[in-house]
Design a protein. Sequence first.
Length: 333
Amino acid sequence: MRVVSRRLMPSFRVTAAMKRLSLAGVAAMFAYNPASSQLPSLIVPKIDHHQHLLSPALAATLSLPVPAPVELPGELNRRFAGGAPRFNDSAATADFYTDSAVVTFALGGLFKGTPTSWLRGRHTIAGFLSRAFLNQYTLMPVAYAVNDSIGYIVGYFSGIARHYDVQLSIKKGADAIWRIAAESITYSPAPLQALTADELIAHLDSAGIQRALVLSLAYIRGSPPLRHEKEEEAETRAENDWTSQQVAKYPNRLRAFCSFNPLREYALRELERCAKDPNLRHGLKLHFSNSRVDLRKDEDVQQMRGACRSSSTSGLETKRLEPPTGERKPRFF
């Protein structure tokens, strides 16, 4: 059961990679305390939020490593590293750009729906960038190429809380000084960190919530963009087992649903295995869009019927997240 009030909203850690992949999470549940001497006239749910458990293995899979920084040649290093202006110094920043420079600044991955800012001209760019950051940042180059008068630098900003990828096209002027002719600054989520049941319980405690339902993320192992075909079944089992081990630490507060890609050959084997696990036998979570379920295809419909029939026979409740491809109305199997 998912609760819907926004009282006592906690400061949960939410990542962009999860928004991009629509990861399934934890549905918090309100529990009335029977020890209370007075029955409330209205039971008000305390929270409308969910938080994902994330295994170390899956966090590593979903996080592309940031390349190691490289050292720029002396002249470029002095200009763009050691000689970089203060983050809020508009006049000094302007001198780092050509008169006709163009900059794109994109926060789309951080603030959904935020348009990309297109900036033209050194003074317009400097005025914008001198207000865009709250702390001093440093360019960390990871690749570059340069000839006598033009080149590029690719890297990221360090020294600030959020991660920004940066691409520079640079040009040496008639005064022999390198300046930026074009720049792209794009918010990019930092690598994901594992989130365990211990941390979830701390979140629940801070919000005054007694119980939660944990939905396994094992289906991601069968997601077409991420699957490792030869290891997929073993990786799916490992994710479900990790979820089982996590909720087993708090049997009076956490329950878990298992998950997998229902279109895979191993789906019914994994369902049968989960049904025997005391921590996972409560239900099955299916994420249709991530698993690329298309109900316009007869073979997908038949696969879903088999999975739902077996789930029902095993006594598992089935939870579907996200409408499947080609589906606009509810469908019963």
